[in-house]
Structures are given as C-alpha cells and as structure tokens.
Ligand binder design. Structure first.
Ligand code: ADP
Length: 478
C-alpha cells in the first residue's frame, strides 16, 4: 500500500476523525446514562420515602414499633423490591430495619447509621458499605408519635453493571467501527479517484503524433469536470499550435528551396560551360538577387520567431507615431519616386503610444512597401496619423490594385500571397503582413483593412493610447 497516496492519507484522516467522534459520543453516552439512571434512582427513592413518611404521619401517637414495621412490610415491601429501609426514633431507638433483599445486592446489617442526618433536611447521597455502594435517601420527620429518621436505600451495583456493560460494548465496537470506516474510506476515495486514474492513463497515451485524442470528461459538475474540460481545451490549443508550427516549417522550407535551386542552377551553369566575363557577371548578378531574396526571407522568419517568443514587449518606450511615420516616409520617398508613385504625408499628427520603436518602424515600412509594390505608376500612397477617442491611428492608403474580397481574410497568414508569381518578382515572401499583425498584437493594436480589387487598399492600425490621457498624448498637427 502506498503510504503517500491521497487515498491512504484521506483514509487515515477519516479514521482519526471518526475515532475522535466515536470516543466523544462514547464518553457522552457513558456519563449521560449514569446521570439518567442515578436521577431515576433518586426519584424512586423519594417516592418510597414518601410512602414510609405517610405511614408514620398517619399513625396514632401510641402506635407500637411492631405495628409500624408491619405497615412498612405490607405497603413498601423492601426485601421484595430490593430496597433498604431503616426507621429510627430520636434519640437513637431502632424502630424498623428491612432484611436481606431478594437480589442479595447488599447486606442490611452492615449499613452504618447516619447520625448526622437528624438535623439536616431530606438528602439523597451515596454511602459506602462493606457490601458495595448504596444510594440512600435520609429524611428526618416529626409526627405525633415522635421524631423519626427514615433511611431508604438501593444498591448502586446494577447501575455500575450497566455502565460496565456499556463500556465493554463501546471498547469492542470502537475498533471495529474505526477499521470499517478506514477501510470504507480508503475504498471510497479509491473509487472516487478512478476517473482521475483514467484521465492520467489517456494522457500517457497522447503524443505529438496523436494530438486529436482527448481526456475523458467526468460529468461530476465539480472541480474534476472543470479540470478535464480545461485540460482538453489546453490540448486543443497545443494541437493548433503544433499544426501551425508544422505548416510554418513546411512553408518556410518551400520558400527557401526556390532561391536555393535558382542559385544552384546558376552556379552549375557557370562551372559546366565556358562563359565570357559578361555572362559571368550576369549570372553572379542573378545569384546575388536570389541571395538578397533569401536574406529578406530569413530576416522575416527571424523577426516572426522573435515576435512569437514575446520579444516585442522588452524595450517599450513612448514613441511618437507621427514623427516615426514622417522619417520612414522620407526614407522610402526615393523608392516610390523610382516607381512613379506619389507619397503623401501631410497629415501626420504627433500621436504618442507606448511600444518598441524599431518594431513600429518595421510595421510602417512593411505597409508602405506593399502599398508602393501594389500600386501602378502614377498612383498615390498616403500616410496619416491621428488621435481619435482613446486611440492613436496610423493609416496607409494606396490607389493600387487592391485585394480581392476572397483573399482579404487570408492576407495576414504567413506565406500567403494573392498573386504568388507577381509578389515573388517583387521580392515578397508573404511574411510582411504577418509580421505587421504580430507586432500589432504585441502592442495591443487592432488592424482594419478596406480594400477591393482595382480600387486601392487602406490599412488602418488602432493603437491604445497610454493611460495618462489624450491631452498629453496628442499634440497639434505638425
Ligand atoms: P509580401 O511580403 O509578399 O508582400 P505580405 O504579407 O506583405 O507579403 O502581403 C501578402 C499579400 O497581400 C501580398 O502578396 C499581396 O498580394 C497582398 N497585399 C498586401 N498589401 C497590399 C496592398 N497594399 N495592395 C494590394 N495587395 C496587397
């Protein structure tokens, strides 16, 4: 038996508690019964004493002792009722003394005279005799025939015998009851813990290969049921996360393979054929292009893995979104002009949010990069920052090709591209928007996208403003 097990410890506690309860009940019963029997005995003695008293009071002044004795024998019958009766007339003349009781529970001849009882009122008290304890009522009375002391007694032996019997019964029952209770408690706890046992067996069998298995839910409506349901929810979250990781790994390998294949092909061509310097330069240029793509992809993957690890929350400071957007726009203006796109940034309010400046800049770069990439020559890209209610808003709007409604829900997924061929030509790996989403969720920001095929897109990010209020966070437009 496992002494540290819950079932064992509960059973021991259960047995201890029960023993203490039984012991208390036993002691209560023992003394309660004693009190009850003694008070019954006192009442009975008083009743009999009143009978003797009545005989003496009703007797004429010149009644003889033998007439008193005869009257007591007839009306009280002490020997038959196992009572002791003694009547003494003042100063110390014996009038009557009962004989040996039918049950021989005491010896009437050995009961000492209670001299002190003459002066006091009626009392009932136990006295010790050579043949055992006796409960005796002593009543002094005055009658026309004289001053008497009535002593009426009964042996305490029968009460003591009942008490002894109760004691031995309790002594016998207590260990039996405790053993039964402890055993029953152990079995009950063992039985109650069976669902947990089943849960742990199932949990043992769940592996990464079998993430759809669930623990049995015990319909107990208590903590056990809540535990099994919570563990199942946790398993579902773990399964989703493992699946997402696998998918991510698959997609990443796939994305990495394409540029590597191109690089390998170009280098094999170079080694296999004799080529002039011009062609060498051309092929190396193509290899470098693929290397740049690889570099972009790997840094995207690194950024995502760091964001997944919770890196974005490490170095938070107050960041002025307006100023950050203004500097980023200036850095990207040349790229936009090269592509014949007008970059507008006339509505940049100084909105202060708390966050990681570097990551927030990456968000603006990725959104602007997409807006420039997916807007044809002559188009316009507008960047705005503003404060509304308790939010700081960053908006990047373009007049480009837009995103078809069917693709809109998936553009934030990792490696998702609406037009894979075109996106790849532009160096996109489908990670830009998922990085934006990860950074935004780390900053508690919401993303809204308005877009339709052919009518441009608008990405709107809503950042929570720091708690100290809008007044300090929002400055005038620059
Ligand atoms: P990529 O790095 O390939 O651009 P993103 O995750 O940034 O990947 O974007 C995913 C896809 O969403 C892009 O391939 C593109 O098809 C679409 N997309 C993103 N931004 C825009 C935009 N401003 N206009 C049109 N399509 C866009």
């Amino acid at each position: 038996m496992n002494h540290r097990s819950l079932a064992f410890r509960l059973a021991v506690w259960y047995a201890l508690l029960l023993s203490a309860t039984f012991a208390l009940v036993g002691v209560g019963m023992f003394y309660g019964l004693e009190q009850y029997l003694r008070s019954n005995m006192r009442d009975s003695l008083r009743r009999r004493s009143v009978q003797v008293e009545q005989i003496l009071r009703d007797a004429p002044a010149d009644i003889s002792d033998s007439a008193i004795a005869a009257a007591i024998d007839t009306r009280v019958a002490p020997e038959f009722n196992n009572r002791f009766v003694r009547v003494t007339r003042a100063p110390a003349i014996p009038v009557y003394r009962s004989g040996e009781p039918a049950d021989r529970s005491f010896d009437a001849a050995t009961i000492p005279a209670q001299g002190g009882a003459w002066s006091s009122r009626a009392v009932v008290r136990p006295i010790a005799t050579a043949s055992g304890q006796l409960m005796v009522s002593m009543t002094p009375i005055d009658t026309s025939s004289g001053h008497y002391l009535i002593e009426l007694g009964i042996a305490l032996g029968p009460i003591e015998a009942v008490q002894h019997r109760l004691l031995s019964l309790l002594g016998l029952m207590l260990p039996v009851l405790v053993v039964c209770a402890a055993g029953g408690g152990y079995l009950l706890v063992h039985w109650a813990l069976r669902p947990v046992e089943r849960m742990s067996q199932t949990a043992e069998q769940i592996s990464v290969q079998d993430l759809d298995a669930r623990l049995p839910v015990v319909a107990t409506g208590d903590a056990l049921q809540r535990l099994s349901v919570s563990l199942n929810h946790m398993l579902t979250r773990l399964r989703d996360s493992v699946r997402a990781s696998r998918r991510f790994l698959d997609d990443a390998s796939h994305e990495l393979r394409t540029p590597l294949t191109v690089i390998k092909g170009e280098l094999q061509e170079l080694v296999a054929n004799e080529v002039d310097r011009g062609e060498v330069c051309e092929r190396i240029g193509s290899v470098l292009e693929e290397v740049a793509r690889l570099e972009h992809l790997v840094s995207g993957l690194l950024a995502l893995s760091r964001l997944d690890a919770g890196d974005a929350q490490r170095e938070w400071v107050e960041v002025n979104l307006g100023a950050l957007a203004a500097s980023t726009v200036e850095q990207m203006r040349l790229v936009a002009e090269d592509r014949g796109i007008q970059l507008r940034s006339s509505e940049l309010s100084a909105v202060t949010v708390r966050g990681d400046g570097g990551r927030l800049k990456q968000v603006i770069v990725n959104l602007l990069d997409n807006a420039i990439k997916f807007t044809p020559r002559g188009g316009i890209v507008t960047v705005r920052t503003l404060a509304r209610d308790d939010h700081g808003i960053l908006e990047v709007r373009d007049s480009g090709i837009g995103i078809p409604a069917d693709d809109l829900p998936r553009v934030f997924d990792r490696f998702y591209r609406v037009d894979a061929a075109r996106s790849r030509e532009d160096g996109g790996a489908g990670l830009g928007l998922s990085i934006v989403r990860s950074i935004c969720s780390a900053h508690g920001a919401e993303i809204e996208v308005d877009s339709a095929s052919g009518s441009g897109s608008c990405f709107r990010l809503k950042f929570p403003l720091p708690a100290r209020g809008l007044g300090a966070a929002v400055a005038a437009a620059n």
